[in-house]
Design a protein around this ligand. Structure first.
Ligand SMILES: N[C@@H](CCC(=O)N[C@@H](CS)C(=O)NCC(=O)O)C(=O)O
Length: 212
């Protein structure tokens, strides 16, 4: 039995939940973090010493770091499309996964999302926000080109790379800011929205996180 510790309003929890759902795994989620607390207990710290969410357990195997959990799930339970056994093939997909975590997410999550949702109005730096939105547009333009002619990232079937990148798109497309017109990206997002596992685990109302 898989247990995921973390509030569902956390995007990092959402990506792990979405992965388990796509892989057809039975997973129990326990509300931890944010208003639920619970990250400071010795039991929790033993699994995740950073006191952040998610934390993860599969039998007696425990982990933290959503990206590492995603790769574990892929290697353990993924089929050839989700987690190609060929290292070179898989590494091509991993470029998108790593790029999302290291390059896209800091801009989208920590700069754009946090400014609009998690920063008090009086503390919002709109000049910096405009710069970050411009940067975000440049990054998404990269993906617009990468998505040309393929249904999913680098492939015509969903893989771990789509989970890593795609889980951020709900926020990207629903936050209140001006986006570039990127038809390939828009169509890709619409394909994700068609998936029940995406709607149930990623399209989670974040208005509860809104700071005035
Ligand atoms: N790199 C970590 C980041 C973990 C992280 O920062 N999680 C945030 C939520 S997205 C958190 O725990 N915030 C505090 C809380 O929810 O109590 C991962 O991907 O798992």
């Amino acid at each position: 039995m898989i247990t995921i510790f973390g509030r569902i309003t956390s995007s990092n929890v959402q990506l792990v939940m979405w992965a388990t759902a796509e892989l057809g795994l039975e997973a129990e989620r326990v509300d931890v973090g944010g208003k639920f607390g619970g990250t400071d207990t010795p039991q929790y710290i033993a699994i995740n010493p950073n006191r952040t969410v998610p934390a993860f357990r599969d039998g007696d195997h425990t982990m933290y770091e959503s990206g590492a959990i995603l790769r574990y799930l892929g290697a353990e339970y993924g089929d050839e499309a989700f987690w190609p056994s060929d290292n070179k093939k898989r590494s091509k997909l991993d470029i998108y996964a790593e790029w999302t975590k290291a390059t896209l997410s800091p801009v989208l999550t920590y700069n754009v999302f946090w400014t609009l949702i998690r920063t008090p109005g009086s503390e919002r730096d709109w000049d910096n926000f405009a710069l970050q939105v411009k940067k975000l547009g440049e990054l998404m333009l990269v993906m617009e080109k990468e998505l040309e002619g393929s249904t999913f990232l680098g492939s015509n079937a969903l893989s771990f790379a789509d989970i890593m990148f795609g889980h951020l798109l709900y926020r990207y497309f629903t936050l209140d800011f001006e986006r570039l017109n990127l038809p390939n990206l828009q169509a890709y997002y619409e394909r994700l929205v068609e998936r029940e596992a995406y709607r149930e685990n990623v399209m989670i109302d974040y208005s509860v996180l809104q700071v005035q």
